[in-house]
Design a protein around this ligand. Structure first.
Ligand code: SAH
Length: 369
């Protein structure tokens, strides 16, 4: 796709909901089923031009091109990690930059998508927070991260899993995130990725969290990091608004389907929240919530004063939780050599951007370093 012209006022067609596209067609006296056809071209066949939509009448293709464009991102850079993951930097129409991380694993390919340029929550351990909130991404900009990376993958390699764990707080950009999830999970004419393969991570914005669980069937992950308000408020300032007891009460009452569990992410920081007593207290507070815990050893980044605990401490913390009946995994960092691991996404927004510097992509299989 060519560069994005900022003075072009046409809207990316991926930004439209199913009903908006149907309404656009209706206004032109065209049947609603054309919407399915257009959406399949976009989200299944990943068309990059209206001209490619060969089973649509030429007049319809022209009308679409008059009102809409396809694509909202320009790939500016991609960095390959020695572990096979790839970090993409996408430039937006206004010069902002977001990062998307491609993570190949045994039997699946996960994409970690961003929902905001920067983030306004100010969590002290996270590199993205240092950017502040520049703006929310649109539905198109969220969806296009997936479409763009998928186009670069070999034919036999489908993005199978999605985690909303990139830059930003998805639930602080609820409408666009929700709209993107509709397109992504729509099995009729959207991407058709099962909500079971999608996880949305949040610091715990309670009203939106409840809404998400009522309106979708995606998995929920909550960044917990401590069950003590004094510690959690220091790490995650929004804890002052939604303290631990309220958060956990909300979790108890969420409509989580019977066979599902809430994931709690627990960042392990040396000397701050990694004692055996912290693990015991955590297990106690989670009692009665159908959940699992992902331990994330702190990933260092420029400007961070925290440190990752030793392997022994990490293992012992996990063991204490397991001994109390809590399913626990230790998340190993992916792409930490390219600053792509949890909490390492950061980009000083540069208007205009530079030239592309591509040093590896899943398509050519090159992963340097
Ligand atoms: N705003 C959402 C989505 C981001 S997910 C949320 O906070 O849940 C990114 C995950 O990485 C979160 O669990 C976050 O707490 C964690 N994280 C942030 N900085 C980190 C760091 N330096 N090391 C390890 N994990 C980090």
């Amino acid at each position: 796709m060519e560069d994005i012209n900022p003075s072009d006022t046409r809207r990316p067609v991926e930004d439209l909901s199913d009903s908006e596209l149907s309404a656009w067609l209706d206004a032109r006296g065209l049947p609603a089923y054309r919407a399915d056809q257009i959406r399949r071209w976009l989200f299944r066949k990943r068309a990059t031009s209206f001209d490619a939509m060969t089973d649509l009448a030429a007049t319809l293709r022209q009308a679409l091109a008059r009102d809409f464009v396809i694509g909202s991102l320009v790939m500016q850079q991609c960095l390959g990690s020695r572990d096979g993951s790839v970090k993409y930097l996408f430039r937006l129409g206004d010069g902002g930059v977001v990062e998307t991380v491609y993570i190949p694993e045994a039997g699946r390919v996960t994409l970690c998508v961003s929902t905001q340029v920067g983030c306004g929550l100010g969590c002290v351990f996270c590199a993205t927070a240092r950017m502040g909130l520049k703006r929310n991404l649109t539905q198109a900009e969220i969806v296009d991260q997936i479409l763009d990376v998928q186009r670069r993958c070999p034919e036999d390699q489908r993005i199978s899993n999605l985690v909303f764990m990139g830059m930003g707080e998805p639930l602080a950009n609820y409408e666009a995130t929700r709209g993107a999830l509709d397109v992504i999970t729509d099995a009729r004419s959207g991407m058709g990725i099962s909500p079971r393969k999608i996880t949305v991570s949040t610091v715990g914005l309670l009203p939106q969290m409840r809404r998400l669980m009522e309106e979708t069937r995606v998995n929920l992950a909550i960044s917990l990091h401590s069950v003590r308000d004094s510690v959690r408020s220091e790490l995650i300032p929004v804890n002052r608004k939604y303290p631990v007891a309220q958060l956990l009460d909300c979790c108890r009452s969420l409509p989580v389907p019977r066979r599902k569990r809430i994931t709690f992410e627990y960042l392990l920081i040396d000397g701050l929240n990694d004692l055996a007593a912290d693990a015991a207290e955590l297990a106690g507070r989670l009692h009665g919530i159908r959940c699992k815990v992902n331990l994330i050893p702190f990933n260092p980044h420029e400007g961070s004063a925290y440190r990752r605990p030793s392997e022994t401490v990490i293992e012992r913390f996990g063991e204490t939780l397991r001994a109390r009946g809590i399913q626990t995994n230790v998340r190993r960092p992916r792409g930490d050599d390219i600053q792509a691991a949890c909490g390492q996404l950061y980009h000083a927004a540069v208007a205009g951007g530079g030239g592309a510097e591509n040093i590896g992509s899943p398509a050519d299989g090159r992963t340097e370093h």
